[in-house]
Design a protein around this ligand. Structure first.
Ligand code: HSC
Ligand code: NAD
Length: 698
């Protein structure tokens, strides 16, 4: 392999080039290469200034995440950066692409920084459960002041080049698209002006935050990121920069960084980051060319159809939406317009772009013939097999050969739907989540006969929509909803047995879920669960316990938020819901009717049972090949079901909890309900053998 760092010289300018695809991460070889290049620079008597720049799509995007959790190898990045800063020849860093984490820290160690237009800078370490560990918390505030440094580091946001210039992080924005040339020009101008080294660490420290500002930050961070340990640590480190010498501050930063490196949160967040990229890796689809998908058809303009149309429009695709009749088409157009205007209001879309989309690339119609030229059609009509049959029969008749025909069904059998056409190889499930233009998850459901090019096309569409595509197999609920049904059922059993829905929600949101199961029901509408139970009533096993209370609420017309009352009461005073004082009475009478003597549950038991049900079902999902690897389950739960990111996903959580312990608890639960609690064979086997789900990700 060629060396990832090279040293060369042009005239009086030493050129240090890093070339370590894909993102020039500072792996051990890069650190060693930088060290060697700095030695060469010092020894090169002809060089009077130096430029550090990167080949490829970006400046250094950070430390090498794949080295985390392994013993750190010398040279360490802070030491390499100290060597850059100590150079007696002025060093210029030229940024392009995304200069992030350890990459920006390298640049902060240089004496001058310029960026090509469009560069984005940031210190996103907190998203990985870390904080900047190579001087970022000490050098950034010396340039920007303490408050701005705290904001940049704890928000993890990417700062644009112009803003970075204003904040004092950059000295200039270069021109053109060649970092090497821009660097040489800037370094020559330094020499011409007689400017020498200007170490950031030698600048006077910024003023510290006052007591009340510091307390405000602590409060703000804990409210926005409950349970997160990295951000408070980063805040304290930036404050150190204002109260300690550089050497002390750097030592304290290193200690804090190493402490965070050992936390379960760091392991979980890095797992999530890598898993979200790994899901796209499908060895059997490598080299399979996706079909073109410029012209999209959407059938149905309800909640999902409108959201899917907007997701496609925002990605620059052409969309034809087909509704049942002209009136419904007009309504769908209004919904799409409303969603686009929402994007305008949130600053995500220029008003002119919205108008252009509505004029040129979107139309809502009531005739299927409009789909004759569509490349890919996504159906989002009512969740009834008969309606799906009607739609797919029509699509089969009007769509051109080779068009991809997708269904957004939540539960129905995709193979059966494919069978409504004479082209089952072209049919695939594209399971979006509500709101479809916001949620990042897209389950790509592979039918028994789905063609590889169709799968490749679905993954390409996910990428184009900036969504995370997860491959799933056909079963009731695919990966996500199947798991959801299991843990929802565990929650319902606890409510039947004596827990209050409010306690269940609180225990689970304290654990870190975005919402508890009953808050989620209220949001989605209690009709959904009711119809689902109806759908399955005919095949229900007599041993299955029915959540009678949920049916009762439905029958009372308490559908959740949309009827202002479900498990919670929603009114002007409490728009986000408050417990209903009548709930306990209703539950007590149902329990009495069923002959149940209620008992108390601790929050810990609520979480334990909920998680056990989730992981147990997930183990079956993996074992049956519905999910290809445990990490596909984790990515699904994290991006579609509000699973706490700090815990990495259900499978990652289970490995940390201990599979043996979990399997033992399930066996205990099975003593009271052997129908629901049947330990998954895969979980039993891993528990017995001391294995982990993570082993199956490789
Ligand atoms: C850090 O820097 C810690 C330092 O402060 C201190 C360290 C020193 C402490 C020492 C103490 C003794 N590493 O996302 P994409 C791969 S923490 C390795 O699909 P995009 C990625 O896995 C780090 N690999 O592309 C994928 O690989 P695949 C702070 C990395 O264009 C490929 O690159 N930095 C990697 O959508 C493409 O990635 C961050 O948190 C890394 N750092 O986005 C930045 N980064 O093709 C994390 C990416 O094999 N990265 N890869 O699947 C990102 O945010 C995005 O990847 C980019 C590109 C915006 C860079
Ligand atoms: P919805 O009731 O809001 O919308 C369905 C739309 O389809 C209606 O506007 C209706 O007029 C239209 N429609 C019905 N028959 C049609 C036909 N023959 N031709 C053209 N249009 C027709 O339903 P929804 O919530 O958007 O769900 C749609 C699908 O998406 C279902 O399969 C559902 O299971 C699935 N889904 C829903 C969600 C969710 O959270 N709502 C999430 C994922 C998947």
């Amino acid at each position: 392999m060629t060396q990832p760092v090279s040293y060369a010289r042009e005239g009086a300018i030493g050129l240090i080039c890093i070339d370590n695809p894909p993102v020039n991460a500072t792996s051990q070889a890069v650190r060693a290469g930088l060290d060697a290049a700095l030695v060469a620079l010092a020894a090169d008597t002809e060089a009077r200034a130096a430029v550090i720049f990167c080949a490829g799509r970006t400046f250094i995007a950070g430390a090498d995440i794949r080295e985390f959790g392994k013993p750190p190898l010398a040279p360490h990045l802070p030491d390499v950066i100290a060597r850059i800063e100590a150079s007696d020849k002025p060093v210029v860093a030229v940024l392009h692409g995304t200069a992030l984490g350890g990459g920006l820290e390298v640049a902060l160690g240089a004496h001058y920084r310029i960026a090509l237009p469009g560069t984005r800078l940031g210190l996103p370490e907190v998203t990985l459960g870390l904080m900047p560990g190579a001087g970022g918390t000490q050098r950034l505030p010396r340039l920007t002041g303490t408050e701005a440094a705290v904001e940049v580091i704890t928000s993890a946001r990417q700062v644009g080049a112009e803003e970075a210039l204003r904040l004092g992080i950059l000295d200039a924005i270069g021109t053109g698209s060649d970092p090497r040339a821009a660097g040489i020009a800037f370094a020559q101008s330094l020499l011409a002006e007689g400017k020498g080294p200007r170490p950031t660490g030698g600048l006077p420290p910024a003023a510290p935050l006052g007591e009340s500002a510091l307390a405000d930050w602590r409060k703000r961070l804990s409210r926005a990121h409950p349970g997160d340990v990295a951000r408070p640590e980063a805040l304290a480190a930036v404050q150190d920069a204002a109260t300690m010498s550089l050497a002390e501050g750097l030592a304290a930063e290193r200690a804090r960084f190493l402490r965070l490196m050992q936390t379960p949160q760091r392991a979980a967040l890095v797992h999530a980051f890598l898993a979200e990229r790994e899901v796209a890796r499908q060895p059997d689809l490598e080299g399979v060319a996706p079909r073109a998908f410029d012209r999209i058809g959407v059938i149905g303009g309800g909640t999902m159809g409108a959201g899917i149309a907007v997701a496609c429009l925002l990605a620059g695709l052409d969309v034809t939406l087909v509704e049942r009749d002209a009136e419904a088409a007009a309504k769908a157009r209004d919904s799409v317009t409303g969603l686009l205007s929402g994007s305008v209001k949130r600053g995500k879309l220029a008003p002119e772009r919205r108008d252009a989309i509505l004029a040129d690339t979107f139309r809502a119609v009531d005739n299927y013939e409009a789909l004759a030229r569509a490349d890919l059609v996504i159906e989002a009509v009512f969740e009834k097999l008969e309606v799906k049959r009607e739609v797919f029969t029509r699509l089969d008749a009007v769509c051109r050969p080779g068009a991809v025909l997708a269904t957004n069904t939540s539960y129905l059998d995709i193979d059966e739907i494919a069978g409504f056409t004479a082209r089952p190889g072209d049919v695939v499930g594209l399971h979006f989540f509500s709101p479809a233009h916001v949620m990042r998850l897209l389950e790509i459901v592979e039918g028994a006969r789905t063609a590889p090019e169709v799968m490749a096309t679905a993954f390409a569409l996910a990428r184009r929509l900036k969504k995370i595509g997860v491959r799933a197999g056909v079963c009731d609920g695919f990966i996500g909803n199947r798991m959801l049904q299991a843990y929802r059922t565990a929650a319902d059993h606890m409510v039947l047995d004596g827990a209050s829905p409010y306690q269940v929600d609180e225990a689970l949101t304290d654990f870190g879920f975005a919402m508890g199961p009953y808050q989620t029901s209220d949001l989605a509408g209690l009709d959904i669960g009711f119809f689902n139970r109806q759908r399955k009533a005919a095949t229900r096993d007599p041993r299955e316990r029915v959540p009678v209370f949920a049916d009762r609420l439905y029958e009372l017309g308490r559908l959740g938020r949309k009827s202002a009352r479900g498990y919670y009461i929603y009114d002007d005073a409490t728009p986000r819901g408050r417990p209903d004082p009548e709930m306990e009475g209703m539950l007590a009478s149902i329990r009495a009717d069923l002959g149940i003597t209620p008992r108390a549950f601790t929050d810990q038991e609520i979480v334990a049972r909920y998680m056990a049900a989730m992981v147990n079902e997930a183990a079956r999902i993996v074992e049956e090949g519905i999910a290809r690897r445990p990490l596909d389950v984790d990515v699904t739960a994290l991006n579609g079901y509000g699973f706490p990111r700090l815990r990495g996903g259900p499978m990652h959580w289970a490995d940390a909890y201990g599979l043996d312990r979990l399997a033992g608890e399930i066996r205990t639960y099975a003593e009271e309900d052997g129908w629901f609690w049947r330990p998954a064979p895969l979980l039993e086997r891993l528990a017995r053998e001391g294995g982990r789900f993570a082993d199956l990700n490789r």
